[in-house]
Design a protein around this ligand. Structure first.
Ligand code: AMP
Length: 572
């Protein structure tokens, strides 16, 4: 109701706390005047903040950016010049995140009865973390949350009780953690009322893992003993109570379900009391909806509850049972100070390096239904008029707080899990692989890409049209396999940190594939797109093709395909 007052209060508090920082001082000379902030503090991208973050990471005082101690740097999945972006975070941010989480169950309980009578099998994982030179932890926002007292000392009522013990969630080995969490969910299958993970990709990966390992899991239940593959001692200890006695009856039930042909609708059979599946299914995660519908046979509601990022948490879905394609998030006016860059001509994006005039910005309460905006935030932890990079469309208001549909993240063209690859990253990676081709007298004439999520985990696919500069028009077999596999490796090796982590450590992205297409395939693609309305003068090969006739055309002209034979290098 009081969105406007709430936003003003937030901004006042942020300025009071941070007025003395080097960053704000540069623009406001120590003033806390709101109008000075609005007129003098520029809209920025990460490149402007990065030098401050680097100085803090190297040991300088947090006060150059933030009035409070920066206690951790949150590694976001966005990249800047190939490096992961690190977002400053202060202790009280955990309270804001907890506040948003604490709204989810009351919202869900308005629509679904009896959620307090059972448990949730939410598959939650932590990621590896490091320390900066100055000893500041660098971790993902979810890892930070699961390791915090806000999560570990949460009130243990059934609304926030998960089948997997906290020790298992915190296991650094994601595979062992996944195995144990699935085992717990199977042991308690009749009590499970909710299924989910943070992202749809992680949930589906776990179901595919279950498909591969159900025999072992069933066996563990049958004999009351945990597989010896689980070597993490904390996990083993935490799992003792789940397998206290052999349960051949339960093992038989699960075996019968898992071995009876198709896995269509398996989720409802394994967890017969489940009321919904929760995961982020908007944005790039929408590609997983068909797969989830397959495993649930379209009978279990798919619920997206929240919209958040490493920079700040943003909002909640107040109509959680709506179809995933209709999800809107109501931005919580007490999370941060929000501004919006209006996108002209519908979806025309402002270039990242283009100066955005301050008077162009629209306040949270003044956005217009139907219009598109890019999100800009000011936080307590040291981001001032920072462009998050997300494009949103206003769909309505909840009292005075606007509701937004997530449209896209600017620039991201490929994403399978938490990886987000933009056109520039892809181009640089392809360029490094191109050099290998050129050494072997082959030229890369054209390329485009797509994600293939028909396999689990999904993977990146590059369509390449190659011309040999010596004999013939295509490179000779059997050189091809070795050559193209080394190209796959080179592309992957040049993709960013998060991609390589997903590939190597999380195993949430499969090996990259290069599909060679026959000569003329990209000309045919141009003809198709021009026929569909692209201007021939301004035609540029799209660097990513999501679906439809264009993808069909390229796939119909594939002559051979090659996969990366090994994981790219990645270190924490
Ligand atoms: P990260 O900072 O790595 O956690 O990534 C945050 C970004 O993920 C956001 O800025 C969005 O682009 C995307 N994201 C987070 N939540 C959602 C959601 N519910 N729907 C669509 N995209 C989301």
């Amino acid at each position: 109701m009081n969105a406007k007052a709430s936003q003003e209060l937030i901004l006042r508090k942020i300025l009071e706390k941070n007025q003395a920082t080097e960053y704000l001082n540069k623009f406001m000379n120590g003033s806390t005047d709101i109008s000075a902030f609005k007129s003098q503090v520029p809209v920025v991208t990460y490149d402007v903040v990065q030098p401050y973050i680097a100085r803090i990471a190297g040991g300088e005082e947090s006060s150059i950016l933030c009035g409070e101690q920066i206690v951790e740097l949150l590694r976001s999945s966005g990249t800047s010049r190939g490096e992961p972006r690190l977002m400053p975070s202060i202790s009280e941010d955990l309270y804001r995140r907890t506040y948003l989480y604490s709204l989810i169950m009351p919202i869900m309980s308005k629509y679904v009865r009896g959620l307090g009578e059972g448990k949730a099998m939410y598959l939650l994982f932590v990621k590896a973390e490091t320390l900066t030179n100055a000893g500041i932890p660098v971790r993902s926002v979810l890892t930070s949350y699961y390791k915090s007292p806000h999560f570990l000392q949460r009130k243990h009522d059934l609304y926030n009780k998960y089948t997997g013990p906290d020790e298992v969630i915190l296991c650094p080995d994601n595979k062992q953690s996944m195995y144990c969490q699935l085992l717990c969910g199977l042991v308690e299958r009749q009590r499970v009322l909710r299924l989910g993970a943070v992202f749809a990709s992680a949930f589906l990966r776990s179901i595919s893992f279950l498909e591969q390992h159900w025999c072992d899991l069933v066996n563990n239940i049958r004999i009351g003993q945990l597989s010896s593959n689980i070597t993490n001692s904390t996990c083993r200890l935490a799992m003792e109570s789940f397998l206290a006695v052999p349960d051949p009856e339960l093992a038989d039930e699960i075996k019968a379900i898992c071995s009876s042909g198709s896995w269509k609708g398996i989720l409802g059979r394994l967890w017969p009391n489940v009321k919904y599946i929760e995961a982020v299914l908007t944005g790039t995660m929408a590609q997983y909806i068909p797969m989830l519908e397959f495993y649930s046979d379209g009978r279990i509601p798919l619920v997206c509850t929240m919209y958040a990022s490493s920079e700040s948490y943003f909002g909640v879905n107040l109509r959680p049972l709506c179809s995933p394609k209709d999800v809107s998030y109501t931005i919580l006016p007490n999370m941060a100070y929000f501004k919006f860059i209006p996108l002209e001509d519908g979806l025309k994006l402002t270039e990242e390096d283009e100066v955005v005039e301050n008077d162009k910005l629209v306040s949270l309460v003044d956005v217009k239904v139907g219009c598109y905006y890019e999100l800009v935030i000011t936080t307590f932890s040291g981001l001032y008029r920072y462009r998050v990079g997300d494009v949103l469309q206003v769909t309505g208001f909840y009292n005075r707080a606007p509701q937004f549909k997530f449209i896209c993240r600017r620039n991201v063209i490929l994403s399978v899990d938490t990886d987000k690859t933009n056109e520039e990253d892809l181009h640089n990676s392809v360029t490094s692989a191109k050099k290998i081709l050129e050494k072997r007298n082959c030229l890369l004439l054209e390329y485009t890409s797509c994600t293939d999520t028909s396999t689990l985990p999904g993977h990146y696919v590059l369509f390449w049209e190659i011309k040999s500069t010596c004999e013939g028009t295509t490179p000779r077999a059997p050189l091809d396999a070795q050559l193209l596999e080394s190209c796959c490796i080179a592309v992957e090796q040049s993709l960013d940190y998060v991609y390589r982590r997903c590939r190597t450590h999380d195993k949430s992205v499969g090996p990259l594939e290069i599909r060679l297409v026959e000569t003329g395939a990209f000309d045919a693609l141009m003809d198709l797109l021009v026929n569909q309305g692209s201007s021939i003068n301004q035609y540029k090969t799209p660097r990513c093709i999501e679906s439809g006739p264009a993808l069909k055309l390229l796939n119909s002209r594939v002559t051979s395909s090659f996969f990366s034979p090994r994981d790219p290098e990645w270190t924490v």
